[in-house]
Design a protein around this ligand. Structure first.
Ligand SMILES: NC(=O)c1ccc[n+]([C@@H]2O[C@H](COP(=O)([O-])OP(=O)(O)OC[C@H]3O[C@@H](n4cnc5c(N)ncnc54)[C@H](O)[C@@H]3O)[C@@H](O)[C@H]2O)c1
Length: 354
């Protein structure tokens, strides 16, 4: 996996203070990119952006993607060659509580960023909008969704990302395709890894329970999700942005997910976490009555990115859990978080599929 394309490249990254964004900043810092990040302030401690030691490695701008003028100013000052859009309200349950804010951030945030690209004063070479596996109309069937399946997420989060994907399609047809500017969307599955402290996500729930030495509470042990290590999509997004900059015909819509053998239920994922953590960690099934709707079965067909870009997953789900536990134990024992992140990035980049 060669990231030399990014050496000295000006990259504009929204959502850089988040889970994926912080890992991406670390990868881009190692690759020698000139990164400007634009996000809301990092959440209160613990947060990965602070732990990852990124201050000084990137130019960090605090701002809201709903604020078109502030976004335009930061964008114009950065004069980006590559644009990666990760900023979002990404939590399904939060979106049920705040649907309007979720749509404002996830849809109008995308519109505002694409407007910056459309009116850019210096040429942009490549844009990737990070959406999600939840953009598809979920039929609760056993097959993986393909890129040309209908987009129609059920809940406000999923649906806002379907809209973000569709907004991108319209900007491509209306503006970018004619200019030859490659713009893609990437639809990845649920990610796990060290440093996710979000509410209502299973691995952060596991970590909090393990640290407090109490059983993990699992709400939906039988739901199947395309779980993968965070470095899988982060590297796939960077590969896509680099490849389409050099060959614009590659731009399009790409799924990014694990192979079938690694699509596990949430219960199986938690079992793996308990074994990797040790210390007698256990979990309990607390299925909620009247819980907001969430898909039970979700898989992606990733044939397109494999055949077109040569990307394929490198870590099995057990490896992804082992790396998550390794990261968490380093953090818990006061070790160097940037060092363990760089070690895992190097292992990922240098590794081959087991
Ligand atoms: N984590 C997953 O499992 C997963 C799976 C598929 C897709 N995604 C997508 O990947 C992207 C990153 O997700 P994450 O897990 O890192 O989320 P995160 O919550 O850790 O990070 C979100 C980032 O977006 C920023 N942000 C939120 N609202 C903003 C606003 N109004 N203006 C500016 N910045 C704002 C936050 O400050 C943060 O930097 C999102 O687009 C999400 O939808 C995540």
């Amino acid at each position: 996996m060669d990231l030399s394309f990014y050496r000295g490249k000006r990259v504009f990254l929204t959502g850089h203070t988040g889970f994926k964004g912080s890992w991406m900043c670390r990868v881009l810092a190692l690759a020698g990119a000139d990164v400007t990040g634009y996000s809301l302030p990092a959440p209160t401690d613990p947060n990965l952006f602070s732990l990852a030691g990124l201050e000084g490695h990137i130019h960090s701008v605090t701002g809201d993607v709903r604020d078109r003028d502030a976004l335009q100013k930061a964008f114009d000052e950065a004069r980006p060659e590559v644009v990666l859009h990760l900023a979002a309200q990404p939590l399904v349950r939060m979106a049920y509580v705040c649907p309007a804010e979720t749509y404002e951030t996830n849809v109008m945030g995308t519109v505002n960023l694409l407007e910056c690209v459309r009116t850019a004063k210096s040429p942009v070479q490549s844009v990737v909008n990070i959406t999600t596996d939840k953009v598809y109309l979920n039929r609760e069937w056993c097959w993986g969704y393909r890129e040309d399946d209908p987009l129609d997420g059920y809940d406000p989060y999923s649906n806002s990302k379907s809209c973000s994907d569709l907004v991108t399609h319209s900007y491509c047809s209306s503006f970018f395709d004619k200019e030859g500017l490659p713009v893609s969307t990437a639809r990845a599955g649920n990610v796990i890894g060290g440093g996710d402290f979000a509410r209502d996500r299973i691995i952060p729930d596991c970590v909090r329970a393990a640290v407090d030495k109490r059983p993990i509470v699992v709400r939906n042990p039988h739901s199947t999700r395309p779980y993968q290590h965070v470095l899988e999509p982060v590297i796939a997004y960077l590969l896509l942005a680099a490849c389409q900059a050099q060959e614009p015909g590659l731009a399009g819509w790409y799924n990014v997910g694990p192979d079938d053998c690694d699509c596990v239920t949430t219960g199986e994922l938690v079992n793996l976490f308990c074994s990797a953590w040790g210390e007698g960690l256990t979990w309990e099934n607390h299925a909620e009555k009247n819980a907001p709707h969430e898909a039970n079965f979700l898989k992606l067909d990733c044939s397109k990115i494999k055949s077109t870009l040569g990307w394929s997953p490198r870590w099995h789900i057990s490896d992804a859990i082992a790396k998550t536990v390794e990261w968490t134990k380093v953090w818990q024992s006061g070790g160097s978080v940037p060092a363990v992140m760089d070690k895992q990035i190097q292992e990922y980049l240098g590794g081959h599929r087991a």
